[in-house]
Structure formats: C-alpha cells, structure tokens
Write a protein that binds this ligand. Sequence first.
Ligand code: ATP
Length: 236
Amino acid sequence: MAMLEVKDLHVHYGVIEALKGINLEVNEGEIVSLIGANGAGKTTMLQSISGIKKKTSGDILFLGESIFKKNPKFIVQKGLTQVPEGRRIFTGLSVYENLMMGAFLRKDKKGIQQDLEKVYAQFPILKERINQDASTLSGGEQQMLAMGRALMAKPKLLLLDEPSMGLAPILVKEIFSIIEEINKQGTTVLLVEQNAKMALSIAHRAYVLETGKVVLSGTGKELAESPEIQKAYLGG
Ligand code: ATP
C-alpha cells in the first residue's frame, strides 16, 4: 500500500478545472517530484492534498485513510505537513518562535525538545539566529526556517512547494542536499518544482504535469534522460 494515493482527482477554481483527473502515488521512504510549467497545477495539487483547497471529485488516501474531506489540522496531526510556496514565515516572531509554531498541535514536550535539537543540528544557522526576528533572515535562511518549522510537526510525509524559488544556485544545491538528508533520516517527501533539473536529480520517481494532467511519469533518472523532457524542461 502506498503512503499517499491520489485517485482521479478533479479540482476547480469556479468554472476553471485546474486538475483534470490526477492519479499519483508516493511510497514510504521515497522522494517524489512533481514538475511542470507555470500554471500546470502543481501548487493546486499540494494544496488539495494538505486540505487547504476544496476538491471536486476523486479521492486522496493517506496511510490508508481517505483525507479527501478532512481539514488541514486533521491532516497535519495524521502526519502530513506542507512547506508553502514563498515560505510564509511569521515576521515579528523570532526564529525560535517560528519553529515552535510548527509544533503547535503537539503535546509531547520531550519529543518537541528532541526535534528542536534535531532541527538545530540540521540547520546550524537557525540556532545561531535563534532570537532574531524571522524577517531579518536571508531568502535561503527563510527557506531553512520554513522547512525546520514543518519538521517540528514531526511529519511522516513532507510536501515542499518550490523550495528553490528565488535562491542563488549555490543555495539551491544546499537546500536540495538538505532535502535528501531529511529523506534519509526517514521522512517521505513530495516536492513541487520549476527547477526540473534539481527536482529530477534527487527524485526516486517523478510526475510531469501539463495543464492539470499527468503526461509522463517514471524514475527521476528516466525522466532526466528523456529527450521530450530535456527539450521541454531542461533546456537541452
Ligand atoms: P506556478 O508554478 O506558476 O505556481 P502551478 O503549476 O503551481 O504554477 P497552479 O498555481 O496550481 O499552477 O494553477 C493551476 C491553474 O489554476 C492555473 O491555470 C491557474 O491560473 C489556476 N488558478 C490557481 N489559483 C487560482 C485561483 N485562486 N483562482 C482562479 N484560478 C486559479
């Protein structure tokens, strides 16, 4: 059984059909990337899974249970957390306070403390900036904070929306290597990216989305080597 199963998912914005019957699976332990051009429906896909966006029809199963009609709070508590596009960190709050917001729904004080230490080990820069207002962080640091905050919810499945957005190439590499590290430590990852090259390089499997439909899927390697993909997404 897959950890996440999306079945014939249809989603609308008014009369516009943004997702036109999506089928997708994420297995435990995988990094799965979803690539596609602007407006393909990538963000809509993640928001539908995490319960932010209302769905029209189909089904979404997480750990064998339908979350199609569940709210974001239920879904987070079940072990699925999203890092939103554009980070959405809380300005006016410190780095520490932002991280603790991620643990908002947890009551296991000891576990929270342990996970905080793990996040500091993963992102030493956050520990250095612990009392600093989050708005004063650089773009890369803010992405790290958004990821650290999501990890504080102790997710089994982490959804990442455009983690490379607006970052210099060197930071993009660093963020992607941290994603691989998080995955190796036991968190399953579903990733949405415009940077197809990076997204395919770390993906066990990937899906290509075009105007609300999956047009191709395969291993990260297969897709990176596909002439079609190279032409359309890798500038080759
Ligand atoms: P990008 O990388 O540019 O964010 P995307 O692949 O994430 O693109 P979505 O943001 O999911 O694409 O958008 C999918 C489609 O739904 C697009 O045609 C978009 O115009 C439309 N759409 C998205 N949000 C809304 C909204 N709030 N109201 C109306 N249409 C919307």
